[in-house]
Ligand binder design. Structure first.
Ligand SMILES: NC(=O)c1ccc[n+]([C@@H]2O[C@H](COP(=O)([O-])OP(=O)(O)OC[C@H]3O[C@@H](n4cnc5c(N)ncnc54)[C@H](O)[C@@H]3O)[C@@H](O)[C@H]2O)c1
Length: 253
């Protein structure tokens, strides 16, 4: 049976940051959101929470985006359950900051695997269904780290996130004639409770006071609003683009 609502798959949707905010926003906008995350228990709990809040069922599919077999199965599960896939939000990201001169191959590889290859794999297996349908929207969460000229984010993360921007543009170029749009977002510092635990106060106050033109750091909802817009028909003539949500820290254009 094909869902009457549009269906959106969000990766890394069971955390405390952008993924969860995007999921909440798209559910509010009426999408049948497929909640995916590498953490199985939190993935199921996040879908249950959404179901309770909205009084309708949301599908949970535990998923490590770096695992090709798992990605293929997840997309199959969405098609089996909902019969359509309208929106893909590639939100999963991972990083560990090590200087290049000391970086282990394991760090480099895992970052590339999750941030870049994971985005590729989900896109790769979603696209044939979108092509069949003649429509679709893909939103990739990159980072201002893609434009890095400092030591802040580390080379692996910056390289992976820059790769996401290139992947986005080529995906857009190849698939526009199929009615599919692909865009990327480059957030600056976006608050979440996990980051709050691992970074000192100065990390947040420094960005808010010295870098952000708005005197505050971003909230996950700031990114979710742009994802919702780019996923919607209101953004029907927008593809291959990159938009910042950084409080003016990294303006482009
Ligand atoms: N928070 C920021 O300041 C910030 C800034 C720029 C870009 N970003 C990007 O935004 C995205 C979301 O980050 P966030 O900080 O809002 O956290 P988030 O809460 O949205 O994501 C964390 C979740 O990712 C999941 N995850 C980790 N590895 C995974 C994998 N291999 N497959 C599937 N799920 C996986 C974790 O289980 C966790 O639930 C990431 O791509 C990140 O690089 C974040």
């Amino acid at each position: 049976m094909t869902s009457t609502n549009k269906v959106a798959l969000v990766t890394a949707a069971a955390g405390v940051g952008i993924g969860a905010a995007v999921t909440a926003r798209l559910a509010m906008d009426g999408y049948d959101v497929v909640v995916t995350d590498v953490h199985e228990r939190r993935c199921r709990e996040a879908a249950e929470k959404l179901s309770a809040e909205h009084g309708r069922d949301f599908l949970a599919v535990p998923l490590d985006v770096a695992d090709e077999t798992a990605v293929r199965s997840a997309i199959d599960a969405v098609m089996e359950h909902h019969g359509r896939l309208d929106v893909l939000v590639n939100n999963a990201g991972w990083s560990k900051i090590e200087p290049v001169a000391e970086m282990s191959l394991a760090t480099w590889q895992k970052c590339l695997d999750v941030d870049l290859t994971g985005t590729f794999l989900c896109t790769r297996y979603a696209l044939p269904h979108m092509i069949d349908a003649g429509s679709g929207a893909i939103v990739n969460i990159s980072s201002i780290a893609a434009y890095e000229t400092s030591t802040v984010h580390g080379a692996a993360y910056s390289a992976a996130k820059a790769g996401v921007l290139a992947l986005t543009r080529v995906t857009a170029a190849e698939n526009g004639r199929h009615g599919i749009r692909a865009n990327a977002i480059t957030p600056g510092l976006i608050y979440n409770d996990f980051l709050r635990k691992i970074y000192p106060d100065e990390f947040f106050t420094g960005y808010a006071e010295n870098q952000s033109k708005l005197g505050r750091i971003g909230q996950p909802e700031d990114v979710a609003g742009l994802v919702a817009f780019l996923a919607s028909d209101q953004a029907g003539y927008i593809t291959g683009e990159t938009y910042g949500v950084s409080g003016g820290v990294h303006p482009h254009g």
